[in-house]
Design a protein around this ligand. Sequence first.
Ligand SMILES: Nc1ncnc2c1ncn2[C@@H]1O[C@H](COP(=O)(O)OP(=O)(O)OP(=O)(O)O)[C@@H](O)[C@H]1O
Length: 244
Amino acid sequence: METDSATQPERPAIVQLDHVGRVFTMGEVKVEVLRDFCLDIYEGEFLAVVGPSGSGKSTILNLVGGLDQPTSGQILFRGEDLTSATNRRLTSYRRDHVGFVFQFYNLAPNLTARENVLTATEIVRDPADVDEVLEMVGLTERADHFPAQLSGGEQQRVAIARAVAKNPSLLLCDEPTGALDYATGIKALRLLVDVNRRMGTTIVLITHNSAIAETANRVVHLRSGQISEMVVNEHPIAPEEVTW
Ligand SMILES: Nc1ncnc2c1ncn2[C@@H]1O[C@H](COP(=O)(O)OP(=O)(O)OP(=O)(O)O)[C@@H](O)[C@H]1O
């Protein structure tokens, strides 16, 4: 059954960034990327984070995904403070709750499409059915091909299938269409929208392309690590309507 796309803050927050600061220190130099950054991400929403290069998008995604820790403030996942979590707990958070999709697909070259997806499901408690996920991404016929035998768009579909097959609560996508041509990018975006609607997975998509963001329920515009604008799309457009 399809779940309604979440637009509204009445939904509980899945992740809360509470007065988060992130300073990178390189020798004597300190780079303050985020200061007092606050954002709630709601269960089941499709949130786009848009901003120019260097505005802090990947920094935020890495913090939300438990790949990085803030220098100040708190990050809560369903009320649990991740900033005081042990490394072991953070690893289980990433394993059980988070799926990542990157611009470059990071597939294991010596494994077939199916094996790439299967490997991800072996480490989680409640995975989705691998064959169903491969069918959803339209790769049933290509399941026995190795990454080098697949096009860029097909490889990205394997990467999405791999992330989705873990049945994560949160799917974090860093420029997932960045390396794809227009038509292939639209297909990848369609998949993400379908995953959000059909599986109720909360999606955070970061992009520098504001046209893509119109498919999301809510768009956070970033400028120099600050939210410059927040837009709720009452009627997100279909990926097929996106032009860039
Ligand atoms: N590990 C690090 N050490 C030092 N500075 C960093 C580090 N990671 C990020 N930065 C700096 O933080 C700022 C924000 O980087 P971030 O990668 O979050 O931006 P972005 O919006 O994702 O950019 P892009 O669209 O180019 O990927 C940049 O000025 C970057 O140089």
